[in-house]
Design a protein around this ligand. Structure first.
Ligand code: SAH
Length: 254
């Protein structure tokens, strides 16, 4: 990909952790960047070099970070905003467009900046591949954090998606600040999907120390998940074959 010499913003996915899973176009963009913006653990993955400024922030307000990236690009800098996994999955790409929209009247010139989203391998796909093919049929990806939406909406979606017979992948499943919520999520899932449905806890996928655990929902406990875990719940047809877990590509009428 040839990038222009004017300022630009690239929102790049670094994949789930293993450096071999960073795409070549993301490497190229980082190689051409003057500035890297992102949450501390993601920026740590970028090798420092002359001419590259690393802006690692602990700030959880993603739109502020995105606004900073746009400001720098407007000054002519080549800015890469890094996310883990894919930048469009519960990550920075939406935040950049939100910042663009918020400033559309005061900074209309930002609308002409070159902004590109470079995809990465999202956690659920790396986790699915690590255990077999649990997302081989229809599925939904759900963020279990109630930072940006009410918990009541999460409960409603779990219920309806479970009843619809879709497999599910959960991001941000369980944080210390809301330990009871994931227990409640498991309760809803047992009811909506059936207690024998398989659930997989995939922790630190593709990183050293990767952990994979698959149990039926009836044996799942909240402690099996933390914020470094992506959780995959199968549909009623999801099954084991040997050491693998897979979901057939067909489904009977619901
Ligand atoms: N944009 C990221 C998701 C950010 S939300 C992506 O596409 O993967 C952060 C959540 O992603 C974590 O709480 C966890 O649920 C999941 N996650 C990210 N990397 C992971 C990994 N290597 N192993 C397991 N889960 C991971």
């Amino acid at each position: 990909m040839k990038l222009s010499q004017n300022g630009w913003v690239v929102i790049a996915g670094l994949g789930p952790g293993n450096e071999a899973l960073v795409t070549q176009e993301v490497r190229d963009a980082i190689g051409e960047a003057t500035d890297i913006v992102g949450y501390i653990p993601y920026v740590k993955r970028i090798a420092p070099r002359e001419g590259l400024t690393l802006h690692a922030t602990d700030n959880r307000v993603e739109v502020d970070r995105a606004t900073h990236a746009l400001e720098m690009a407007a000054e002519g800098k080549r800015v890469v905003v890094v996310s883990s996994g894919d930048p469009g999955v519960f990550a920075m790409a939406s935040a950049v467009f939100e910042a663009l929209e918020n400033n559309a009247e005061s900074k209309p010139e930002w609308l002409d900046l070159e902004i590109r989203v470079l995809p990465g391998i999202t956690a659920m796909l790396a986790a699915a591949a690590a255990i077999g093919a649990p997302l081989g049929h229809d599925f939904a990806a759900i963020n279990l954090s109630d930072n940006l939406k009410p918990w009541s909406l999460i409960e409603k979606r779990l219920q309806l998606v479970g009843e619809a017979g879709l497999a599910m992948a959960f991001y941000n499943p369980r944080s210390k600040s809301r330990p009871h919520q994931f227990a409640r999520a498991l309760e809803i899932l047992r009811e909506a999907c059936g207690a024998d449905t398989l659930i997989t806890f995939a922790r630190d996928v593709t990183k050293p120390g990767q952990e994979l655990l698959t149990v039926p929902l009836k044996d799942a406990t909240p402690e099996m998940a933390d914020m470094r875990t992506v959780v995959i719940v199968g549909n009623r047809d999801t099954r084991r074959v040997g050491n693998y877990v897979y979901t057939p590509r067909y489904a009977a009428e619901g």
